[in-house]
Design a protein. Structure first.
Length: 210
């Protein structure tokens, strides 16, 4: 079975954790053939607004594999958060590209403020969504057709996956990468450890520390 291609959209002032978390999760999701040999279940690509390197919020420079216009067919598209995604020009460019590619993409995920360009397409209208608590009111005001649930950390509504806090995304993405597809062989890590980490993260999130 060929690996599925995941596209992570990058832009100036993207949140670095929103890139490394999903990339790490998908890179560890393996599939087994009839002989028990394992291979990667996903091929992760960084997709730039342009082909130029992008600087993350913490100063790390990331070079895209290709730009949006040259992106190959994708199984999954992930839009990370970060201050740069709320720039009107960036939002509009990503939204336009998403409208063009949505019919051929199996699922679409947003991390925190990554919800802005997807909401701008209208594809999330009348759907329940999650985003970071700091931006929940703003998202609800800008996009009144969305059912923003400020108390949810992770929401799946049809082919759309929206999430709240950045650190929590690592937990959601592990589940997303490992359990969504029947071809994936086993959990990535011990469930007790995962649940303990997630519970601690949730307590911090609810206290407004994430």
């Amino acid at each position: 079975m060929r690996p599925k291609t995941v596209g992570l959209i990058i832009f100036e002032q993207v949140a670095a954790a929103d890139l490394t978390g999903p990339a790490e999760a998908f890179s560890r999701a393996n599939i087994s053939d009839s002989n028990g040999c394992e291979s990667s279940g996903y091929n992760v690509l960084m997709l730039g607004i342009t082909a130029q390197p992008c600087r993350t919020e913490c100063g790390i420079v990331v070079k895209p594999h290709t730009d949006l216009g040259s992106a190959p067919p994708l199984d999954t598209v992930i839009i990370p958060g970060g201050s740069g995604i709320r720039d009107g020009k960036v939002t509009n460019k990503v939204a336009k590209w998403l409208n063009h590619r949505s019919s051929t993409t199996r699922r679409l995920a947003t991390l925190g403020t990554g919800i802005y360009p997807v909401a701008a397409t209208g594809m999330l209208d009348h759907r329940q969504v999650a985003t970071h608590w700091r931006y929940a009111s703003d998202v609800a005001q800008r996009f009144p057709s969305l059912r923003v649930n400020a108390n949810c950390l992770f929401v799946k509504d049809g082919p759309f996956y929206t999430s709240a806090a950045r650190w929590l995304v690592s937990q959601a993405e592990r589940r997303f990468a490992d359990r969504e597809d029947a071809c994936l062989r086993r959990p990535l890590f011990n469930s007790k450890v995962a649940n303990a980490k997630l519970a601690r993260a949730i307590s911090f999130y609810r206290k407004g520390q994430l």
